[in-house]
Design a protein. Structure first.
Length: 201
């Protein structure tokens, strides 16, 4: 489905969580399957836009596995699609969700690791992916996150954080329907050089 489908376009234009629009559609009997598929694909595109198509050997942290917060429901959860694609590409994953890990483990098994806390999911990861807007993820210790992560990269499918704040915190932060927030590249500096510099700031 093209990125100009009504649900996708409205959410992007108004900076509304597309997942909420899809849930609203389902509640009144509107089929939003195509929009869900497109949103899942967009989250994977975030990863490939930064790292390229070769993801073999990369390690990703996951915050959120449930379709929505405050539930263990994983039906049509974006995380399942993204996890499957990343594993197929040779990446490894450590995930944390307050409620849904047992349900995911019943489907995915031991193909991924399951963390005891949100911070445990960040140990030496190349990037963090946020797939569910749990309230527990809204005010983390960003300094602690940087000390745990291999790279200070957050790919956020739920727009949890303010762009200006993430720039000041020296993270490479890509959310949905918004500009990428990061410290500007210096002369002759690659994105890899930038991330290495952000680690030291």
């Amino acid at each position: 489905m093209a990125s100009n489908t009504p649900i996708y376009s409205i959410a992007k234009e108004l900076n509304i969580d597309s997942n909420r629009i899809i849930l609203a559609c389902k509640s009144i009997g509107i089929n939003a399957k195509g929009a869900t598929k497109r949103l899942n694909e967009e989250e994977l595109e975030k990863v490939k836009n930064y790292f390229g198509d070769d993801l073999n050997g990369l390690k990703f942290g996951f915050w959120g596995l449930a379709f929505k917060p405050e539930t263990d429901d994983i039906r049509e959860a974006p995380a399942l699609y993204i996890i499957d694609e990343l594993l197929s590409a040779g990446a490894s994953i450590t995930a944390y969700d307050p409620e849904a890990m047992n349900n995911v483990k019943a489907i995915v098994g031991d193909k991924i690791k399951y963390a005891s806390t949100s911070y445990d999911a960040l140990e030496n990861v190349d990037a963090l992916l946020i797939a569910t807007e749990w309230s527990a993820f809204r005010n983390p210790d960003f300094h602690k996150m940087k000390t745990l992560m291999k790279n200070p990269i957050i790919l956020d499918g739920r727009n949890l954080y303010e762009l200006s704040a993430m720039k000041k915190r020296s993270f490479y932060y890509q959310s949905t329907g918004r500009t990428v927030s990061y410290t500007h590249l210096r002369a002759h500096e690659t994105r890899h050089d930038l991330v290495c510099r952000l680690l030291l700031e």
